[in-house]
Write a protein that binds this ligand. Structure first.
Ligand code: ZN
Length: 94
């Protein structure tokens, strides 16, 4: 199960819908429209899939990249401390 954000085409209310990924994939092939009862409209409305502004995704990606970079830096520092000249050449060139 995964959560997706949908927006009512009628009143623009956004709702988080939990559905199996398989169902979502079926949905994607049908223009991302999802018919469900809108609480606000009090009727069955067409909901359109909306994508979160990818800001959260990007910041997570950045954090991951930073963590990886730190890990790499730590490894390089350790190698240099151990006098691994090859590692030094890898970083600073010959
Ligand atoms: Zn609505």
């Amino acid at each position: 199960m995964a959560q997706y954000n949908f927006k009512c085409k009628n009143c623009n209310t956004t709702e988080v819908v939990t559905m199996p990924i398989l169902e979502y994939l079926t949905l994607s092939s049908e223009n991302m429209l999802y018919n469900k009862k809108c609480e606000k409209c009090n009727t069955v409305c067409e909901f359109v899939r909306i994508f979160n502004s990818s800001s959260s995704k990007i910041s997570k990606g950045k954090e991951e990249i930073m963590a990886e970079a730190k890990e790499d830096a730590r490894k390089i520092v350790n190698k240099i401390k151990l006098g691994d000249t090859k590692a030094i050449l890898d970083v600073y060139g010959e």
